[in-house]
Every structure is written in structure tokens, then in C-alpha cells.
Design a protein around this ligand. Structure first.
Ligand code: HQG
Length: 180
């Protein structure tokens, strides 16, 4: 991603996941907003970009964070929201093992409470150990935890797979975690 693409992506994350109201936008129940309204809102923030440039930012996004509706008139974030949205993902069958990347300083608390979702709607898990590591690295010395996902599902926990390949679940209790 170019620096400009990163800047626009951060703007999109802010408004499509966390604070649409700060730029005068309102997401619908499923998290969608009109592309025309988004372009106008960005313009008001002095971050002018065209529909074509927005398409490029979405296509080149390193984590495929955003999607357009089928007719291209709406846009939303695929996951990671802190505002209330109902993304409509169907429950999915996870692989045997999933990974969660965190920082060393959170370990004592995770050992006591399991993985909790905090500000977001779900705990975020990855099928790829390296991706989990890079997620953990954002907060300090990274640690990768293993999650017995298939066992959790067997025990009644529900998993969702976002459009961009992130596994989502409400809570991972301690017995399902392996502290490697
Ligand atoms: C930690 C990025 C203390 C958790 C990534 C994490 C991801 C606890 C932090 C997406 C805890 C929350 C989400 C407990 C969990 N006690 N700390 N009991 N349980 N934690 O950012 O998973 O770039 O909300 O380990 O790729 O780091 O934004 O979640 O360190 O998919 O698109 O609390 O964000 O994508 O941090 O990352 P976050 P996350 P984007």
C-alpha cells in the first residue's frame, strides 16, 4: 500500500468501524454506508478522493478490510467494528486450531479471563500463525496463543468467518487456550 492508500484506509477504518458520527455519517444496521456520502464526508475533512481511488484502496488493502455492495453503491468494513452492526455472517466450522496474537503484557490477564473482545464485537482469530504474530506485535512483544477451535465448536461455541478471512467468536475461555 502507498502512504496515501494507508492514510485513506485509516480514515475508512475510523468512520466505517468506530466513529461514523465524527464525519456526519450513519451506518445502516449491517454496517453499510453510501459511497457518495462517504466521498462527500471525506471531502469535508480535506481528504478528497474519487470513487476510482476508493476502489483502488479497497482492492489493494493489505488485510482486505472493506467491501463494496454488489452494485458498488455501498461500502462497509468486513470486521473490527466497535459500533453496533449486524454483519450477517453465517456460523462456520473452524479448523482444528486457530491462533491469536497478543502482547506479552496481556498474558496474565488472559490467563485469568481467557480472550475477551474488549471494544470490538468479537475476539479475532487467524488460521495462520504468522498473521497472528503480526497482529500481536502491534501492542508489544508478540505472543501467539493456540485456540482449540474445533473443540470449542463441538462444545457449542459459535464461530464466524469474515469476508477477509478473520475468524470471529465471542469469548475464548482459558481451557481452550494453549500458552505456547
Ligand atoms: C487483548 C487488526 C487482556 C488481545 C488485526 C489484543 C485483527 C486481552 C487486545 C484485528 C484479553 C485487543 C483485531 C484479556 C484479549 N486481558 N488483554 N482477557 N483478551 N486481550 O485490537 O485481536 O489492522 O481489539 O490479545 O488484524 O489485536 O485493525 O484486537 O491484544 O484482525 O484491520 O486485547 O485488528 O486488524 O486488541 O486485533 P484489538 P486484536 P486491523
Amino acid at each position: 500500500m502507498t502512504r496515501r492508500e494507508v492514510k485513506i484506509s485509516k480514515f475508512l477504518s475510523l468512520v466505517l468501524r468506530h466513529q461514523p458520527e465524527t464525519v456526519g455519517l450513519k451506518l445502516n444496521d449491517a454496517g453499510w454506508v453510501s459511497v457518495a456520502d462517504l466521498l462527500a464526508a471525506a471531502d469535508r475533512q480535506d481528504l478528497k478522493f474519487s470513487r476510482a481511488e476508493l476502489q483502488q484502496v479497497v482492492a489493494n488493502n493489505d488485510k482486505q478490510r472493506f467491501s463494496f455492495s454488489a452494485d458498488g453503491q455501498l461500502i462497509r468494513a468486513n470486521q473490527g467494528h466497535s459500533v453496533a452492526v449486524e454483519l450477517g455472517y453465517e456460523p462456520a466450522v473452524p479448523p482444528e486450531t486457530l491462533f491469536h496474537g497478543t502482547a506479552e503484557r496481556f498474558l496474565a490477564s488472559i490467563q485469568a479471563q481467557g480472550l475477551i473482545k474488549g471494544q470490538r464485537h468479537h475476539v479475532h482469530l487467524s488460521a495462520d500463525r504468522e498473521i497472528a504474530r503480526s497482529v500481536g506485535q502491534r501492542y508489544g512483544k508478540p505472543v501467539v496463543l493456540q485456540v482449540h477451535a474445533a473443540q470449542m465448536q463441538h462444545d457449542g461455541f459459535v464461530f464466524y468467518l469474515s469476508t477477509n478471512g478473520v475468524w470471529l467468536t465471542e469469548h475464548v475461555p482459558v481451557p481452550y487456550l494453549v500458552f505456547l
